[in-house]
Write a protein that binds this ligand. Structure first.
Ligand code: NAP
Length: 335
């Protein structure tokens, strides 16, 4: 099968499209024929040798084939599989179970997947498992999000942010989206009430006070945000510099004890089926649509990751995985 492979840490240029052996599912795994996957900023961070990546692979990537989000069809099952069967359309996030989605086939533990309804396309399903789920957990994971609340989303034009804007609007929040100038029109189009160009305006110095601040790209001290938090406001860090992450992890809980303002990192729950089911419902109702910047094939993954790292992507890049179709599985002809 064809797959994007990675034998050393580095920029997206170290990735190559290669012919590799198709994996065989272990007892607790199913073999998924990948129809679509999508890119995440986390792919670049892991490829670059982030702290998290080096815990598993100090000198070179532990997992040779990257890619977290997967949507496809089960074509073979391991001996211990009870819930899924051949032919099932499934999707999920492989972040905690070996990655491997940038390939024609991937072997995945059954627990990491849930069934995809026919009403949601493989492409849409491939955008949801990581970015939309984390956006949802960031927005309502620590406390319920209420109608009329003021929500600031920093990094609103990215993969996660574009979902966060739509989810916050679904809950009736008044949303301010912060991103680079080229993404602001799109943010208005998906529902943001106010937009801020981060190059021209510092969102931590205005007169507005926010009930919830969700930051996907924290680049400053988390204490700067205290100025624009409502008296009982909440700041949730989803991504950012190592410094900001350490601050939020170590000092956030102390701030939260000493003040009514609460600060901390995103409560992450990788295989939360309830959250994914909720996102599917929103997608089916037309209340949550991925902003798809472009559709590419596997060979274009390195270039698209490079564009993502340079801020040249609005929302998500979806990889549509074509097949030579010589696989004698139950998936022939199904899309
Ligand atoms: N905590 C978790 O559970 C978890 C899990 C997975 C991933 N993550 C993290 O979440 C983060 C976001 O992921 P993503 O896929 O949404 O990334 P993304 O698609 O690259 O989006 C980031 C957005 O932020 C914008 N941006 C860059 N610098 C900014 C600034 N100073 N102020 C405001 N906006 C800025 C970017 O626009 P320009 O480039 O045009 O400036 C881009 O639109 C990543 O760091 C990832 O590691 C967290």
């Amino acid at each position: 099968m064809k797959a994007i492979v990675c034998d050393r840490y580095g920029p997206p240029e170290v990735l190559r499209l290669e012919e590799v052996e198709r994996p065989a599912p272990r007892d607790n795994q199913v073999l998924v024929r990948v129809h679509a996957t999508s890119l995440n900023a986390a792919d670049i961070e892991i490829l670059g040798g982030s702290v998290l990546a080096r815990i598993g692979g100090p000198f070179r990537p532990r997992h040779r084939i990257p890619g977290s989000d997967v949507a496809g069809r089960v074509v073979a099952v391991g001996r211990g599989i009870k819930r899924l069967k051949e032919g099932d359309a499934v999707f999920g996030d492989l972040f905690m179970c070996g990655f491997g989605a940038f390939a024609e086939f991937v072997a995945v533990p059954e627990d990491a997947l849930m069934r995809k309804p026919d009403s949601t396309s493989f492409e849409d399903a491939a955008t949801l498992p990581q970015a939309a789920k984390i956006a949802l957990q960031g927005l309502r994971g620590r406390r319920p999000l209420k109608k009329g609340q003021k929500v600031l989303i920093n990094g609103a034009g990215g993969g996660m942010g574009t979902f966060a804007v739509q989810i916050a609007k679904y809950y009736g929040a008044e949303v301010t989206g912060v991103d680079s100038i080229g993404k602001l029109e799109m943010l208005r189009a998906i529902g943001a009430d106010h937009v801020i160009d981060y190059a021209r305006e510092d969102c931590t110095s205005g007169g507005e006070r926010y009930d919830l601040i969700l930051d996907t790209v924290t680049r400053r001290s988390i204490f700067d945000y205290r100025r624009v938090m409502a008296p009982d406001g909440l700041f949730v860090l989803v991504g950012g510099s190592r410094y900001a992450i350490m601050q939020a992890m170590l000092l956030g809980p102390l701030v939260s004890i000493a003040s009514k303002k609460k600060m901390g990192i995103n409560p992450m729950n990788v295989n939360n089926e309830e959250d994914l089911r909720f996102l599917l419902e929103l997608n089916e109702k037309g209340r949550l649509s991925p902003v798809i910047d472009r559709r590419i094939d596997l060979s274009e993954v390195p270039e698209a990751l490079r564009d993502l790292s340079k801020g040249l992507v609005k929302g998500k890049v979806v990889v549509t995985v074509g097949h030579d179709d010589d696989y004698p599985g139950p998936d022939k002809g199904l899309t």
